[in-house]
Design a binder for this molecule. Structure first.
Ligand code: PLP
Length: 388
């Protein structure tokens, strides 16, 4: 067993070997993809090969993939009132988003504050489709942003059903698929997504690379975020991150090929993890457990255990987990995701997120259990001491 057990795959994944190789090979290519000479054409080939593989991961056409510097940038690029469709050049009047989106969506992109509206979620962490229907009816040309899988709970959202509601109301749907891609099937057509965000470092690529994918060339973002040269068909200026993009392509191909097998293995490991957790601490709450979730994610809390205390205790035992919610200066903020789910205030700062990946083994799960047992035992002794 390795020295440490890494359970923070939703924060970032290790680079897959295929991606590392593609990255290293691309670093040896000298050309600028925009140059016409042989060196430039070699670099261009790497970028376009990667575009094919990223497109295939989400069932899109390569011409509809635009590389960016991150999932965050892709979300910013997508969330603009200036999205034109064939036959409709008027701006989107509202941005509707689920209350549990990642902060890069919650920031609202380029919409004004008073044009942004929240769609609530239920206690299971899934978006309320009736509330979505009501909200789209109040807008004339809404842009709706719904994530496919939540980064804290792993809960999957009913995106295809939401797409039908949004489209019937004349709206467009943006889907943040950063956590879902490579873990569950993620086909743009089946989802009904008009725009979709990906991030390379969540699927085994390099950090600092992402993509915005559109459903077809009938969708046009009229105000790109970064203007200058004509790279990415003028949708994202700046010389391409050739090595990062090449690695993204290799990671996308590996993720696509291995997805079904990896998902099954992770789901079995996650079940074992949760069963052991409940045996040690029957009072532990696993959030979103009643809903369909990513196969690799567990978010749990135990009343009286602060997330930051648990994260540090796990770390000392060689186990890397994270607090579900954002952390600033080492202090965990109440989770907006758990708050939106109506979780009791006593648990809002307690969410511990355990996320698995393709290198996770049964030995890692055992190490997790023994670390948790130690923490839970110490805690109950402390409580008995206080009570005595
Ligand atoms: N969207 C979701 C759901 C995420 O979990 C993240 C990162 O954690 C992002 C977007 C941002 O991606 P990136 O780290 O590439 O900026």
């Amino acid at each position: 067993m390795s020295e440490r057990s890494y359970f923070d795959w939703n924060a970032t994944t290790p680079m897959r070997e295929e991606a590392q190789r593609a990255f290293a090979d691309a670093m040896a290519v000298v050309g600028n993809p925009s140059s016409v000479h042989a060196e430039g054409r070699s670099a261009r080939r790497l970028v376009e090969h990667a575009r094919d593989d990223v497109a295939a991961l989400v069932g899109a056409r390569p011409a509809d993939v635009f590389f960016t510097s991150s999932g965050t940038e892709a979300n910013m690029l997508a969330l603009t009132p200036a999205i034109e469709t064939v036959g409709e050049r008027r701006v989107r009047d509202r941005l509707l988003m689920s209350a549990i989106e990642h902060s890069s969506v919650r920031s609202g992109g380029r919409f004004l504050r008073d044009a942004i509206f929240d769609i609530p979620v239920g206690g299971d962490g899934q978006i309320d489709l009736d509330a979505l229907s009501d909200a789209v009816a109040k807008a004339s040309r809404p842009l709706v942003s719904i994530m496919l899988a939540n980064n804290e709970t792993g809960v999957l959202q009913p995106v295809a059903a939401a797409a039908a509601i949004v489209h019937a109301a004349g709206g467009l749907l943006h889907v943040d698929a950063v956590q879902a891609a490579g873990r569950i099937p993620c086909d743009m057509g089946a989802l009904g997504a008009d725009l979709l965000t990906l991030s390379a470092h969540k699927i085994g690529g390099a950090k600092g690379v992402g993509a915005l994918v559109r459903r077809g060339d009938d969708i046009h973002i009229a105000d790109p975020l970064i203007r200058g040269g004509g790279q990415e068909r003028s949708m994202r200026a700046g010389t391409e991150n050739v090595a990062g993009i090449a690695a993204f392509g290799a990671a996308a191909a590996a993720a696509r090929n291995g997805r079904a097998v990896e998902a099954e293995r992770m789901s079995a490991l996650r079940s074992a993890l949760e069963a052991g957790l409940k045996t040690i601490s029957p009072q532990a709450v696993i959030f979103g457990a009643g809903a369909e979730r990513l196969p690799n994610t567990t978010l749990f809390a135990l009343e009286g255990v602060k997330a930051e205390t648990a994260v540090i205790a796990f770390d000392l035992e060689g186990v890397a987990v994270s607090s579900g919610a954002a952390c600033s200066s080492g202090k965990v903020q109440p989770s907006h995701v758990l708050a939106a789910m109506g979780i009791s205030p006593a648990l809002l700062r307690g969410g511990v997120r355990v996320s698995l990946g393709w290198t996770t083994t049964e030995a890692d799960i055992e190490r997790f259990h023994s670390a948790w047992r130690k923490l839970a035992t110490a805690l109950s002794k402390e409580r008995q001491g206080v009570a005595a």
